[in-house]
Design a protein around this ligand. Structure first.
Ligand SMILES: [Fe+2]
Length: 370
């Protein structure tokens, strides 16, 4: 536990600890205190249901993992300041990111700061309810980029061997399909799903070829949107199974900030420069030219198209997709794993993330502790 969380925990005091089976390391006292939990807890001193704790703990873990990857992007391609400290920037990488938008460093910084605030808030909220916060510090074992500008510290995530799924691009442009109906979508950049590619320079050798560092920045641009569309689905998917009105408020208030991020990144990704990476053959095709183009590919059509929702009998609707709640947490964990973010992580790490996801997916409204 970090010194910050030790401090917050001691500040919560005896009342919260008395309400907490988890904090006491035994469930017996807790059971006596919450045997008649309300449908929606209005009193903010009420203890959370087991399901709400599991959902919040998975979200805290997801936000910690997101923070770790955004921190790596910010060190090399963002703005390093008091809000998001660490690193000194990589001018060739910054220059390549500027192809997507001149303000990319500001956006990367702000997305990073948001993720820091998300996990910090959720963990503090869990502790205020006497529940155990999430700490993944023991898994900060992966190497940093060796490129000038990155800190040399242990990481939770790996941004140097990504297999980026870009089907979000066509999924949000489809007017007839929805993943919640079992539909699948073609990737915008097929090459990114057929290998392992860096989204940050791995070392200063990655800075020599202009088209190589531009391909790395393009990869990052599409990865930013991939990550944030995940959060954009995860919050509404899990919100459907919370018990407390206040926990629902938390999920409904954080979730749309992920959507704000996704919308921004969807727009910026469309500004990429079509090219072929001379070092590995990765192709970024021109999405505006035949045989591509049209509503499914045209780069300035980045707002969600209305599509089928709930039942085909209804008119199409512009919605977040997917939002199916069943298996949503495991789906998110699987998506991040397939992305390559955890390449090099320990068995214990995967077990821990899987357990957190399974517990969140087992959560049902009004499930009590026992
Ligand atoms: Fe977040």
């Amino acid at each position: 536990m970090s010194s910050q969380s030790v401090q917050s925990k001691s500040a919560i005091g005896r009342r919260a600890l008395l309400h907490s089976g988890l904090a006491l390391g035994a469930g017996t006292l807790g059971t006596a205190l919450v045997s008649n939990g309300p449908v929606f807890a209005e009193d903010d001193s009420e203890r959370l249901s087991k399901g709400d704790v599991a959902i919040l703990r998975f979200l805290a873990a997801a936000e910690i993992l997101e923070t770790d990857l955004w921190q790596q992007y910010n060190e090399l391609g963002g703005i390093q300041d008091g809000e998001v400290p660490g690193g000194t920037g990589s001018p060739p990488y910054l220059n390549a990111l500027a192809q997507l938008d001149a303000d990319m460093p500001q956006y990367i910084h702000d997305n990073t700061e948001d993720e820091i605030s998300h996990f910090t808030f959720i963990n503090a909220y869990l502790m205020s309810k006497g529940a155990e916060p999430v700490n993944l510090d023991r898994f900060r074992t992966l190497p940093s980029s060796k490129a000038t500008g990155a800190q040399q510290i242990g990481r939770l995530t790996n941004l140097m061997q990504l297999t980026v799924d870009t089907t979000w691009y066509t999924r949000y442009r489809s007017r007839t399909k929805n993943p919640d109906f079992g539909d699948t979508f073609p990737p915008a950049i097929p090459g990114l799903s057929q290998g392992q590619f860096p989204a940050i320079p791995r070392n200063d050798g990655d800075l020599n070829s202009p088209n190589h560092i531009q391909a790395i920045a393009n990869t990052a641009g599409f990865h930013f949107a991939f990550i944030e569309q995940g959060g954009n689905s995860l919050y509404p998917a899990l919100a459907q199974r919370v018990s407390s009105r206040e926990v629902l408020r938390i999920l409904l208030s954080i979730g749309p900030t992920e959507t704000a991020h996704f919308q921004t990144w969807h727009d910026k990704a469309g500004n990429f420069k079509p090219l072929t990476d001379p070092t590995n053959g990765l192709v970024f095709p021109d999405l505006n030219a035949a045989p591509l183009g049209g509503e499914d590919f045209q780069t300035n059509l980045f707002m969600p198209e209305p599509t089928i929702f709930l039942n085909r009998k209804f008119p199409v609707c512009s919605v977040i997709r997917p939002t199916e709640t069943k298996g949503a947490a495991m789906g998110a964990a699987k998506g991040l794993t397939e992305d390559g973010l955890f390449i090099g992580q320990s068995r214990e790490f995967f077990d821990t993330v899987t357990r957190l996801a399974q517990q969140a997916d087992e959560a049902e409204p009004n499930q009590r502790d026992h």
